[in-house]
Design a protein around this ligand. Structure first.
Ligand SMILES: *[C@@H]1O[C@H](CO)[C@@H](O)[C@H](O)[C@H]1NC(C)=O
Ligand SMILES: *[C@@H]1O[C@H](CO)[C@@H](O)[C@H](O)[C@H]1NC(C)=O
Ligand SMILES: *[C@@H]1O[C@H](CO)[C@@H](O)[C@H](O)[C@H]1NC(C)=O
Ligand SMILES: *[C@@H]1O[C@H](CO)[C@@H](O)[C@H](O)[C@H]1NC(C)=O
Ligand SMILES: *[C@@H]1O[C@H](CO)[C@@H](O)[C@H](O)[C@H]1NC(C)=O
Length: 317
C-alpha cells in the first residue's frame, strides 16, 4: 500500500509537471506572436513602430529579386517597366528571362528573417563626403556591405572599407567584382538583361544607349536581378513617381530595408559645401539636376533616419 501511495505520489507529480509545461507553452505563444517580425539586433527594421509614414510605405510582400517563381509580370508592372525603355525594339521578355535563369541562380533568397537573426548591412554610396571619414573599419564590420556602381575600394580602404558582399550595377556602370561578391543588376530595360547574358556568354553587346563593357569578371553563381515590380514599388510608392527612375543608391537602401535587420548608410548626400561629387573623382555634379529625383530621395533618406529605420553616417567633409 505504501509502495502504491509512493507511485501515486510520483504519478501526480508527473501529471502536474505536464500541466505546467503545457500552460507555459500556451502562455508563451502570444509572446512569440508579439515578437514576430522582430530580430536579434537592438533596433530592428521590421519592428512595428509608431511611424505611420514608414508602415504605409514598407511592403514586405514585394520581393526585391527576380526568381523563376515570380518572374511573370502582371499587366500594370509590365506596362510600367516597358515605359522606362527608350528603345522600343521588342525582345521577348519570357525568352530573355528564361535564358537568364539558365545561366544565373533562380531561387528565392533572403527569406530567413527570424527573432534569432541580426543581419547588419552597410549601404555605401559614392559621395565625396566619405573622403577623410575613416569609416573603412566600421563599414567592414557589417555582415553585408552593399556598394553602388563603380565605387572603388582599392586605395580608398581607410575611408570606404575593403569588403563588398553586394554590388549594384546597370550595364552602363558595370565593373569587375570579386568572386565572392554578389552582382546585383537593376534592369531598366530588357536590353539590360540581354547585356547581362551577353557579358557572360557571347560578349557581343557593346552598346546600349551608350558604349558599355562587353564583359565583366564576376561569379555567375552570384548574380542577382532586381525585380521590375520592386523598381516600380520604389519609384511609385517611395518616390511618388518623382524622377525618371530611382537611383541605384536609393534602390540599394530599400533593398537593404527588405533583407537586413539593421541598415547603416554611408556616402550619401552632398559634401558640406553643398557639392555632389564622387569620393574617387573630382567632377562636380549639381545635386538636384539629374534624372533621379535627387532632392526627394535625399529627403526620404533623412526621414528614414528620423524615424530610426536607418542610421546615416555623414562623413567629415
Ligand atoms: C514570348 O515567348 C513565349 C515563349 O516562347 C511565347 O509563348 C509568347 O507568345 C511570346 N510573346 C510574344 C509577345 O511574342
Ligand atoms: C568562384 O566561386 C565559385 C563558387 O561560387 C567556384 O566554383 C569558382 O571556382 C570560384 N572561382 C575562382 C576563380 O575562385
Ligand atoms: C550576339 O550573338 C548571338 C549568338 O551568336 C546572336 O543571336 C545575337 O544576335 C548577337 N547579338 C548582337 C547584338 O550581335
Ligand atoms: C541632402 O541635402 C542636403 C542639402 O543639399 C545636404 O547637405 C545633405 O548632405 C543631403 N543628404 C543626403 C542624405 O542626401
Ligand atoms: C538644371 O537643369 C536645367 C534644365 O535641364 C537647367 O536649366 C539648369 O540650369 C540646371 N541647373 C544647374 C544648377 O545646373
Amino acid at each position: 500500500m505504501k509502495v502504491l501511495m509512493y507511485y501515486r505520489g510520483s504519478y501526480m507529480t508527473a501529471v502536474t509537471c505536464v500541466i505546467i509545461i503545457c500552460m507555459l507553452l500556451v502562455f508563451q505563444t502570444p509572446i512569440d506572436e508579439f515578437s514576430e517580425g522582430r530580430c536579434a539586433c537592438k533596433d530592428c527594421v521590421r519592428e512595428q513602430t509608431h511611424s505611420a509614414w514608414f508602415n504605409e510605405l514598407y511592403d514586405l510582400s514585394i520581393q526585391p529579386l527576380l526568381t523563376r517563381e515570380n518572374y511573370v509580370l502582371s499587366g500594370d508592372i509590365y506596362k510600367y517597366w516597358k515605359g522606362l525603355q527608350k528603345n522600343k525594339k521588342e525582345s521577348n521578355y519570357t525568352v530573355v528571362v528564361e535564358k537568364m535563369f539558365s545561366l544565373f541562380p533562380d531561387k528565392t533568397q533572403y527569406l530567413d528573417a527570424s527573432p534569432k537573426r541580426c543581419r547588419t548591412c552597410a549601404v555605401v554610396g559614392n559621395s565625396g563626403n566619405l573622403k577623410g571619414s575613416r569609416y573603412g573599419h566600421l563599414i567592414d564590420l557589417h555582415d553585408f556591405v552593399i556598394r553602388i556602381n563603380m565605387g572603388p575600394t582599392k586605395s580608398y580602404e581607410k575611408d570606404v572599407g575593403s569588403k563588398t558582399t553586394h554590388r549594384f550595377i546597370y550595364p552602363e556602370s558595370a565593373v569587375d567584382v570579386e568572386n565572392s561578391t554578389y552582382l546585383v543588376l537593376s534592369p531598366f530595360k530588357i536590353l539590360d538583361m540581354e547585356w547581362l547574358i551577353s557579358a557572360f556568354t557571347t560578349k557581343n553587346i557593346t552598346r546600349t544607349y551608350k558604349k558599355v563593357r562587353p564583359s565583366i569578371n564576376a561569379n555567375r553563381h552570384k548574380v542577382m536581378i532586381l525585380h521590375p515590380a520592386f523598381i516600380k514599388y520604389v519609384h511609385e510608392i517611395w518616390l511618388l513617381k518623382r524622377g525618371k527612375y530611382p537611383s541605384t543608391g536609393f534602390l540599394a537602401i530599400i533593398f537593404a530595408l527588405h533583407i537586413c535587420d539593421q541598415v547603416n548608410v554611408f556616402g550619401f548626400g552632398a559634401t558640406s559645401d553643398g557639392n555632389w561629387h564622387h569620393y574617387f573623382d573630382e567632377t562636380l555634379t549639381p545635386f538636384e539636376n539629374d534624372s533621379h529625383a535627387g532632392d526627394f530621395e535625399n529627403k526620404t533618406i533623412i526621414r528614414l533616419q528620423q524615424e530610426n529605420k536607418i542610421l546615416l553616417y555623414r562623413g567629415w567633409t
